[in-house]
Design a protein around this ligand. Structure first.
Ligand SMILES: [Zn+2]
Length: 306
């Protein structure tokens, strides 16, 4: 059994992240789970947000309502973000955008905030800019650098490239509430894939092949079959759907995030996943760090001050 498999098993048994010290220069992809919650407010989990770092590139996936606070907890703050990827425009993915944008500006962001998202992102940003016009005008003695927002609505597979870091968008299968994408972030032959909001999507299996880590959304529902079907109908994944993706794509590590326990439990998520997928699995926790180099390592809390 590999080290990461053992580690994942221990993490699940204990309900805690494994702890592996980070040594030497880091040359891989670092994923920080800022918020592992879903759409409903959750006392245990912050709203969706995932930080992905590789080389000098820093990408924030999701602008959940807690992202600025979570970024502040890891010593970065909203000013440290210049690229935001939105997999979907539902409120749990976008409700923190105003704070990320304006708080980041006030705290000294250098350069524009690039927002990459589905069709509708431009309209969302323009609405925000209109709504905040008075507030910004009252604060214009401040350096305007960091106030600009650039929008890139997703039209092609490759949505970002910088310093050898490439991001590809993968169309997934949402509810009728608009387009949704997964993202594959690659650097030096390694890849992390985030599912975004989706029910089972064959595209995602193809797009996630060879990835070191797959971060997948999941919704528990309790034993009621009608409730389990309602999860699928709402454009989300029951544990079995996520497990099918993990089984087919065989990542180095499967991670649950965007976790909605509904009427269910964490134990239910693991039990139902394990009926289909036996590989390395971690239930994401807020501020968990996953480092992808030759091995995949998981740390429970960010330990290095920035
Ligand atoms: Zn969502």
């Amino acid at each position: 059994m590999s080290r990461s498999r053992l580690l994942a098993g221990a993490a699940l048994m204990l309900g805690l992240a494994g702890v592996v010290p980070s040594v030497g220069a880091f040359e891989g992809i670092r994923v920080t789970l800022l918020g592992t919650g879903a759409d409903a407010p959750d006392l245990q989990r912050a709203a969706p947000g995932t930080l992905i770092e590789a080389a000098s590139v820093r990408l924030l996936v999701d602008g959940g309502v807690d992202v600025s606070a979570q970024l502040t907890k890891i010593g970065l703050g909203p000013a440290g973000i210049n690229v935001l990827l939105l997999p979907h425009l539902r409120p749990e993915h976008t409700a923190g955008l105003a704070e990320l944008w304006l708080r980041g500006w006030r705290e000294g962001r250098r350069g524009a905030l690039l927002v990459i998202g589905p069709q509708g992102t431009q309209a969302l940003v323009e609405e925000l800019q209109r709504a905040r016009r008075g507030e910004i005008a009252a604060d214009l003695q401040r350096d305007p650098d960091g106030l600009a927002i650039e929008v890139q609505e997703i039209e092609e597979n490759q949505v970002f490239e910088d310093g050898g870091v490439v991001v590809t968008a993968i169309v997934v299968e949402p509810a009728p509430s608009g387009p949704a994408y997964a993202f594959r972030v690659e650097y030096r032959g390694r890849a992390a894939v985030l599912s975004g909001d989706t029910r089972y999507a064959r595209n995602l299996v193809g797009g996630a092949r060879g990835a070191s880590v797959i971060l997948h959304e999941v919704t528990a529902s309790g034993p009621d079959p009608a409730a389990q079907q309602a999860v699928r109908d709402s454009g989300h994944s029951a544990p079995e759907e996520a497990a099918e993706v993990f089984r087919a794509a065989r990542p180095g590590l499967a991670v649950y995030t965007h976790i909605d326990l509904g009427a269910g439990s964490e134990e239910e998520l693991v039990r139902r996943t394990r009926k289909i997928y036996g590989g390395p699995l971690v239930l994401g926790r807020d501020l968990m760090v996953i480092e992808i180099q030759n091995e995949v390592q998981v740390r429970g809390q960010p330990s290095e001050p920035r």
